[in-house]
Design a protein. Structure first.
Length: 429
């Protein structure tokens, strides 16, 4: 009872002017009863319902009388129309069926939409970070010690081509290996020995990164070179340079890191409950804050098999072409994944009122009646809910001004409870 009184007090404060104007009608007369008409047509109440005029206080919602007069504050009580005698009233979470005249529907902006089977598309949004594609990373290091005699690529951020000279290196170990190869080459030719020793010497040079062209040039000239040129193993951008001219470098030390940025990865974060809708191969729309209005396209290449414990999110890897290098590593990106859920019975998102655990929708009935229904919802699309129970295909539901319809429905439910305790009501005094 207390809950209904509180709800009635709040709703009356919002609707007092509209209800007062509606009850006075033209020339200040009370609103017509069951035999009254709107726009030349009789207003049909719900089946089996009768109309009754009661009077309420505009300031004290719990003061109701079946006779005109003044309230406890000395103010005139205003008439309002209620239905009675129609049997038990079905109540849904403190709401009951309510009638709103066409004029008032237009005034408060009531709009309806049909319940129908239609395609549902779920939109998943995520935040991502652009990163290097790991297979496109190349590292330049050596298998021997040496000194940098000349450095051809002396800046980070430069674009290099596969086979482009990076530096000239002097290495005593490499010079000794070249001399061993020349000795094996000459002794094998002079003594007719098998090529086992020659192959071993040649294999040693190859393992140390000497190219076939350089070995052929060594055999042709017959002279060991004091310096050897190191070439770029792949095309890309130099993102790390850990060497300067004249520096001594050690075997295994990384000198350059070269990355091909023509394709990049975007590492996105999606929530755990979105995992059932995400599959490898789905198309992803990518947008950047630095390029508003533009979108790039990628595909989900991999879904990581674990969650990040700090954020409870699952990472996905999106691969995207980057021919103009507009997707730069470490940029933040917005990801949009559209998931087609097929055709299902659906209602607009705006039609649903959240009543905590339950969800409410108002069904439009003939003659201006609106009935609250508890609906069971399924998957949510971008602008639609799949509806599993509560409404049927072909029914019309309210999609605009739901709050005002809900307020009148709650008010009517609260007044119905108060009528039972008011003088002349169905309950006790």
């Amino acid at each position: 009872m207390t809950t209904h009184l509180r709800r009635a007090g709040l709703a009356l404060a919002i609707l007092s002017l509209l209800l007062g104007a509606s009850c006075k009608g033209k020339g200040g007369a009370p609103a017509p009863g069951p035999a009254g008409s709107e726009q030349g047509r009789p207003a049909k109440p719900a089946p089996g319902a009768k109309k009754k005029i009661l009077y309420r206080s505009t300031m004290m919602p719990n003061e109701i009388s079946d006779k005109p007069g003044k309230d406890s504050m000395g103010m005139d009580m205003v008439p309002f129309e209620v239905e009675e005698g129609g049997g038990p009233v079905k109540e849904v979470q403190g709401r009951i069926q309510v009638r709103i005249s066409p004029e008032r529907q237009q005034l408060i902006g009531v709009r309806t939409a049909p319940v129908e089977i239609q395609p549902i598309e779920r939109l998943i949004t995520a935040v991502g970070r652009v990163d290097y594609a790991e297979p496109n990373i190349s590292v330049v290091n050596l298998k021997y010690d040496g000194w940098v005699e000349k450095l051809f690529v002396n800046e980070t951020g430069l674009a290099v081509k596969r086979g482009q000279a990076l530096l000239d290196l002097y290495s005593p170990d490499l010079v000794a290996a070249e001399q061993e190869y020349l000795i094996a080459l000459k002794s094998g030719a002079a003594l007719g020995e098998p090529e086992t020793v020659l192959k071993s010497a040649r294999g040693k040079l190859a393992l140390w990164g000497v190219t076939n062209a350089q070995i052929a040039d060594l055999a042709r000239t017959g002279e060991a070179r004091t310096t050897l040129t190191v070439y770029a193993p792949a095309s890309g951008i130099v993102v790390e340079k850990n060497v300067v001219q004249g520096q001594k470098v050690m075997a295994g030390e990384d000198l350059f890191r070269i990355v091909d940025l023509s394709r990049v990865w975007i590492i996105g974060e999606i929530y755990e409950y979105e995992l059932p809708f995400v599959k490898a191969g789905q198309v992803v729309e990518i947008s950047l804050a630095s390029r508003p209005g533009e979108t790039f396209s990628g595909k989900i290449a991999y879904i990581y098999p674990y969650l990040k414990p700090e954020t409870r999110t699952n990472q996905i890897r999106v691969e995207a072409a980057n021919p103009a290098l507009e997707l730069k590593p470490q940029m933040y990106a917005s990801l949009r994944i559209r998931v087609d859920l097929g055709r299902r019975l659906a209602i607009p998102v705006d039609a649903v009122l959240d009543a905590g655990i339950t969800k409410i929708a108002f069904v439009a009935l003939p003659d201006g009646y609106f009935e609250p229904r508890e609906v069971k919802l399924g998957a949510r699309g971008e602008n639609l809910y799949e509806v599993l129970d509560g409404v049927r295909e072909g029914e019309s539901i309210v999609t605009s001004a739901n709050f005002l319809v809900d307020s009148e429905s709650s008010l009517k439910a609260a007044l119905s409870q108060m009528i039972k305790t008011a003088p002349g009501g169905d309950g006790h005094d």
